[in-house]
Design a protein around this ligand. Sequence first.
Ligand code: TRP
Length: 339
Amino acid sequence: MVNFSGKKRVLTGITTSGTPHLGNYVGAIRPAILASRSESNDAYFFLADYHALIKTQNPLLVHQSTLEVAATWLALGLDPEKVTFYRQSDIPEIQELTWFLSCMTAKGLMNRAHAYKHAVQGNLDNGEDEDFGINMGLFGYPILMAADILMFNAHEVPVGQDQVQHVEMARDIAQRFNHKFGEYFVLPKAGVDKDLSLLKGLDGRKMSKSYNNTIPLFLSEKQLKKFINKIKTNLLAPGERKDPDSSAVFQIWRAFASRQQTQEMREKFDHGIGWGEAKKQLCDLINTELQLPRERYYKFLEHPERVESILIKGADKARAESKIMIDNLRDAVGIRPLS
Ligand code: TRP
């Protein structure tokens, strides 16, 4: 195994197929950056641009999103000196590992992956053929994700609830490989903050690009207000008692508030705070946390060359390991020089 640092290695990636939203921030980016600051952790964060191709064939979108996602992490305080921060496609060894793992992975395991099953079900519901519009990238996506994780021997993978199954699959695949070829891989575990990891979106369902119900992370104050006003509420008037636990406004509040602020808002709901007022307070709360990062974010967007050079350095660091890893794995499976 390559990782002998003695620290806990945490690794996570964000797919570069859109603009980061509050759900990504609360569920993945914020906890990951926090974890990266701990001296007992060794953090690996990357831009999952190969994964983006599964979801979109729009080159402009993939390219722009790669810049936006990188700028987001940097603006939120990721320290590229401390964290290994890279772009997936700069590490060609990941593709080779994906193949090794593909040949070790039962097709039946992939049949059970939620993302794939969801797409099949959607087709059946629409009276389409079950394979309609499904590419092999989507089908094999948990294997690519396993390669991301196993390449760097991550112990912990901070992800949203919806990705836990994929991390468990990576663990299964690693186990299988180790059993066959020797102890090459650390068995990874998902790290999820159960309370907050699934932020609700504008319509009260999970905040997700695929539901089109997201609040982008770096909106101007004015736009943020507009989005927050769109959060669905019931028709209770000011003065009428409201249930915090079924409310998206309260749930998002909780994700940004201290314990005490959460308790106070709970009481305000009990006392019938009006939706307009609750939303106004939510807007201020989010704005306070994101104001400075937002300024840094727009600076990075104006200077893509700064972001690029940070990523190139990160890839050098990461490849120092992935090259050794892939050499060992090639040897393990019998791909070796003949003499
Ligand atoms: N599939 C993840 C998502 O859509 C992103 C991702 C790709 C990832 N590779 C990863 C997350 C490896 C953690 C580890 O959110």
